[in-house]
Design a binder for this molecule. Structure first.
Ligand SMILES: *Cc1c(COP(=O)(O)O)cnc(C)c1O
Length: 387
């Protein structure tokens, strides 16, 4: 039996390990110099004069961003059903109401025309998700948001490095953009996230709220002219700071993020070429000259095949290949469905994508031989079950 090809596998190098050991020996394990360095490096990577604020997850970052733009009780925030629950749960943290819209069948990202229809006098913000690492239609979304005076917080958990209009996601004209460094994202800190913004008032609020509403973080406090023991609480904040241990991973993962991306792109191109003639839909492509991060490579099985999605994934597993599903849309999840009266009929595009979608393995340490095995296994499986 050949080796099992998992859906995902990490690439952690000796550099990351040595950096963590350095922090352990220095005795600084919580927010400190490594977080400071990681934030600077990240802001430089994104460019465009952004500030980067490290947090302990993208979920925390999204929560902080919505809090900072003033989302509160009774407000409405528009987002997609076709996403991970974190995108919507942060709206509930603030006692606001998520208003779900469908995705565009051509991009699997938020349908901007549907946003227009969902706007009410209570609408305060929009959270687009750059699904799989392909940018949402940000030009028309930002134009719409400005016209209606709405905030935009980008869920960029999949979108490092993704471009829109030749600009890296993170540099667009929105309030804030939040990246995830969860273990299986395009780079990792174990758990972690980064909020980037060009709005100084927003970054000040986020920096304060990520650590208990203390006016300055620990590192700055110990280096300021005020006595080391002095601090002030300006709001009931959260405990969302990133640790130096996590930042150690981030510093070195970030250096490799271009190389990781090149390899993911090679895999995506190989999948595109090898799967082109099979009865399935390949993932939406970026427009010419744009960059897809290829966090996910999602195929959709054609309707009317003898093999359904669930059986396909099971058979792939039996043949030594791990696949997954992104996502079970929120309109099918008991909490969201029951609380907001959602149904399949309200999200036909999301539902159709979900019914056939399979995420294939795609990650930096996956070999081209592995890719070949994935495509030949799919071919064999679909040949066996055709007619
Ligand atoms: C992973 C993910 C998140 C949450 O990221 P964490 O860092 O795990 O909090 C949010 N939105 C989407 C679309 C994600 O895939």
């Amino acid at each position: 039996m050949t080796d099992f090809i998992p859906f995902f596998n990490l690439e952690i190098g000796e550099d990351e390990i040595a950096e963590v050991v350095d922090s352990l020996r220095a005795g600084w394990v919580t927010t400190g110099p490594k977080v400071n360095k990681f934030e600077k490096d990240f802001a430089e990577f994104i460019g465009g004069g952004v500030e980067a604020i490290a947090v302990n997850s993208a979920t925390s970052g999204l929560h902080l961003a919505l809090e900072a733009v003033g989302v509160g009780q009774g407000d409405e925030v528009i987002t997609v059903s076709y996403t991970f629950t974190a995108t919507a749960e942060v709206i509930r943290y603030l006692d606001a109401k998520p208003v779900f819209v469908d995705v565009d069948p051509e991009t699997y990202c938020i349908d901007v025309a549907a946003i227009e229809d969902a706007i009410t006098p209570k609408t305060k913000a929009i959270i687009p998700v750059h699904f799989g690492g392909l940018s949402a239609d940000m030009g028309s979304l930002i134009e719409l948001a400005k016209r209606h005076n709405l905030h935009v917080v980008e869920d960029a958990a999949h979108a490092l490095p993704t471009t829109y209009d030749g600009q890296l996601i993170g540099t667009l004209d929105t309030d804030a953009t939040v990246f995830s460094f969860y273990s299986n994202k395009t780079m990792t800190t174990g758990e972690g996230g980064m909020l980037v913004t060009r709005n100084p008032a927003l970054s000040k609020r986020v920096r304060m709220m990520r650590l208990h509403g203390i006016s300055k973080d620990v590192f700055n406090r110990f280096n300021s002219k005020a006595p080391a023991w002095y601090y002030e609480i300006l709001a009931p904040g959260f405990k969302y700071n990133m640790t130096d241990i996590a930042a150690c991973l981030g510093i070195h993962q970030l250096k490799k993020v271009r190389a990781f991306h090149e390899h993911r792109t090679r895999i995506a191109e190989a999948y595109d070429a090898k799967l082109a003639d099979l009865p399935l839909r390949l993932p939406p492509k970026p427009r010419k000259g744009e960059q897809h991060s290829w966090h996910l490579y999602v195929i959709c099985l054609a309707e009317g095949l003898r093999i359904g999605r669930d059986e396909f994934i099971q058979k792939m597993f039996e043949m030594g290949i791990g696949c997954s599903v992104h996502y079970i849309p929120l309109h099918l999840q008991p909490y969201w469905r029951e609380t907001y009266g959602l149904s399949e009929k309200m999200f036909p595009n999301s539902q159709r994508i979900y019914d056939g979608c399979v995420s294939l393995p795609i990650y930096p340490i996956m070999t081209m031989e592995n890719v070949q095995r994935v495509t030949s296994t799919i071919q064999q499986l679909l040949d066996d079950t055709r007619n």
